[in-house]
Design a protein around this ligand. Structure first.
Ligand code: SAH
Length: 483
C-alpha cells in the first residue's frame, strides 16, 4: 500500500441513517467521531474498556450502544462502517484487518495509510456540505482550503440550500428540462434572493423566489450567444463574469488560442467545438462560424463563443454580432484582457510612461496588404508605444517601414511569445536587430511585438518566468551556432 503518491480517492456521501456504525475507542477522538455520526443519524456502537464523560452520558441516555472490554472481531457483526479511534496503533490495525476480512470499510483516525475510507475536512452550511480531501497526502493544505471556504461562504448559502430543497418540486415542474433549469437557476442566483437571505429577511426572500420563478416561465427556451474574451492564456486572467457564463454554457465554440486550462473551467458536460484557425491553415471560415453560431442559438442552446484575449480586439467579434443581430438572436459580450495589456504586464513593460510614451497604438500586422495600408509616417513618430498583433511573419517588413519612415534603428523592441503562459519567452533588442533576433530565438505565434522606448523596461522590470533573451545571448557560442 505504501507509496509516495497519495491514493486517488473516490468521494462519496453516505446515507448512514439507521445503519450500524462501530467506533472502537472511548476517548475524546472517538467522541468527536461519534458526534458527527449521530448527527448523520447513524446507529452508533462504541466499543472500549472505558468511556470519557460525554460518551458515558450518551450511553446512559441510550443515544449510543456500548460494548465494554477489549476489541473483539465479533463487534463488527452487522456494522456498515467502522472507525478505529483508539490511541494504540496496534489495536487500530487489528480493527482495520478484522474489517478487511469482512469487507467492511474502516477508518483509522489520523492514519491515512491504514484507512480504507477517509473522513474529509468539511464545510457545512445547512443541507449544503463541501468535503475536501488531499487523499491524506497534504492534510494541512486541505485544512487551509477548508478555512478559505469557511470565509468564502457565509450562512446565507445554507439558507439558500434549505429554501431550494423545500421548493425542489416546484423548481422541477417549472423547468422540466435540465438545460432550462440550469439557466433559470443562474438567473435566480443573480436575483436579490441571496442578499435577502444574508440579511435574514426570509419572508422577502420567499417572495423574491416566487417572483423569479414566475418571471422565467416564458423565456426558458430561446437560445443566446455570449461572446467571451478568454484573455491571453493564464486562467487567472479570466473575469468572474466569463467564468459564470462558461458555467452555464451548453456549447462552447472556441479558438485555438484559448488554453486548455481555461476550457477545463467550463461546465463539464458542455459541448466543445474548436473552430480554431491560424493564419492560412484553411480551418473554418468566418462565414461558417457565423452560420454555426446562428444555428446553435436557434435550437435553443446557450452558446459561448470563446476567443483569445478580447473579442473586440482583432477578434472579429463585430462580424459575429452583426450576423446574430440579423437573425434576431440574443447576445452579450464579456470583455477579456487583450494580448497587448497582458504581455505588457507579464513582461514588465508599462505601455505608457510619462517620460517615454503618451499613447499606445494597437496595430495588426497580419499580411502584406494590412501592412501596406497602415499610416507608417504616424507610426514612426516617437513618444508612443506600438503593439503589433499577428506580426511574426512580417517582422522584416515592419522594421523596414518604420526605419524608412524615420524611426531610429536604435528604438527598443520586445517580442513576447506566449505571454502570461508558463512557456512565455521575451526577446528584447533594438529595432535594427529585430528580424535577426527573432530568427535566432525561433519566435513563433502567438507573439506580440512591442516597439517603443518602454520596451526596454522588460530588461529591468521583468518578474514573470524566464529573463528576457537579449543580444548577449546571441553572442554566446551555442546560440550563435543556431543563427
Ligand atoms: N483577440 C485577441 C487577438 C487575436 S489576434 C486579443 O485581444 O488578444 C491573435 C494575435 O494576438 C496573435 O498573433 C498575437 O499577436 C496576439 N496574442 C494573443 N495571445 C497572445 C499571447 N498569449 N502572447 C502573445 N501574443 C498573443
Amino acid at each position: 500500500m505504501s507509496s509516495d503518491a497519495a491514493p486517488k480517492l473516490f468521494p462519496l456521501f453516505a446515507d448512514l441513517r439507521g445503519r450500524r456504525v462501530l467506533v472502537v475507542g472511548g476517548g475524546a477522538v472517538a467522541r468527536r467521531k461519534v458526534e458527527a455520526l449521530l448527527s448523520a443519524g447513524a446507529d452508533v456502537v462504541v466499543g472500549a474498556p472505558a468511556l470519557e464523560p460525554a460518551l458515558a452520558e450518551w450511553n446512559t441516555q441510550a443515544r449510543i450502544e456500548f460494548i465494554d472490554g477489549p476489541f473483539a472481531a465479533h463487534w463488527l457483526d452487522d456494522a456498515w462502517l467502522v472507525i478505529a479511534a483508539t490511541d494504540e496503533a496496534t489495536i487500530n490495525r487489528a480493527v482495520v484487518e478484522a474489517a478487511d476480512a469482512r469487507r467492511i470499510f474502516a477508518n483509522a483516525v489520523d492514519d491515512a495509510e491504514l484507512s480504507r475510507f477517509h473522513v474529509p475536512a468539511r464545510v457545512e452550511r445547512g443541507p449544503l456540505q463541501i468535503a475536501i480531501s488531499s487523499g491524506g497526502g497534504a492534510p494541512m493544505l486541505a485544512r487551509l482550503v477548508r478555512e478559505e471556504l469557511e470565509t468564502r461562504f457565509d450562512e446565507s448559502i445554507g439558507a439558500l440550500a434549505e429554501l431550494l430543497t423545500r421548493h425542489r418540486e416546484r423548481i422541477r415542474t417549472r423547468w422540466p428540462d435540465i438545460g432550462a433549469r440550469r439557466h433559470g437557476f443562474a438567473k435566480l442566483l443573480s436575483s436579490p434572493l441571496q442578499g435577502l437571505l444574508r440579511k435574514r429577511q426570509h419572508l422577502a426572500a420567499e417572495r423574491a423566489f416566487d417572483a423569479a420563478l414566475r418571471e422565467h416561465e416564458t423565456d426558458s427556451t430561446t437560445g443566446s450567444v455570449a461572446l467571451v474574451g478568454a484573455g491571453p492564456g493564464d486562467p487567472g486572467l479570466l473575469t468572474l463574469r466569463a467564468l459564470r457564463v462558461l458555467n452555464e454554457a451548453d456549447v462552447i465554440l472556441h479558438d485555438r488560442l484559448v488554453s486548455d486550462e481555461i476550457l477545463q473551467l467550463a461546465r463539464r458536460d458542455a459541448e466543445r467545438i474548436s473552430v480554431g484557425k491560424l493564419a492560412g491553415d484553411g480551418g473554418h471560415s468566418q462565414a461558417d462560424i457565423n452560420a454555426l453560431l446562428v444555428k446553435l442559438a436557434q435550437t435553443g442552446k446557450r452558446v459561448v463563443r470563446l476567443k483569445g484575449g478580447d473579442p473586440f480586439v482583432f477578434g472579429r467579434g463585430g462580424e459575429e454580432l452583426q450576423a446574430l443581430r440579423t437573425h434576431g438572436i440574443d447576445y452579450e459580450v464579456v470583455p477579456g484582457i487583450t494580448a497587448a495589456v497582458a504581455c505588457g504586464a507579464y513582461a514588465g513593460i508599462p505601455l505608457t510612461h510619462r517620460e517615454h510614451a503618451q499613447s499606445l497604438r494597437i496595430v495588426t500586422a497580419h499580411g502584406k496588404e494590412d501592412l501596406d495600408t497602415l499610416d507608417w509616417t504616424s507610426l514612426a513618430r516617437g513618444r508612443q508605444t506600438l503593439a503589433f498583433y499577428m506580426g511574426v511573419a512580417g517582422l522584416e517588413r515592419i522594421r523596414e517601414r518604420l526605419t524608412s519612415h524615420g524611426l531610429a534603428a536604435t528604438t527598443p523592441f520586445a517580442l513576447v511569445e506566449n505571454g502570461s503562459r508558463p512557456e512565455q519567452r521575451v526577446v528584447t533588442g533594438s529595432l535594427a536587430d529585430l528580424p535577426a533576433l527573432a530568427r535566432l530565438h525561433e519566435v513563433r505565434a502567438p507573439a506580440l511585438l512591442v516597439v517603443g522606448e518602454v520596451a526596454a523596461f522588460a530588461n529591468s522590470l521583468h518578474w514573470f518566468g524566464r529573463e528576457p533573451l537579449t543580444r548577449t545571448d546571441a553572442a554566446s557560442p551555442s546560440l550563435a551556432a543556431a543563427a
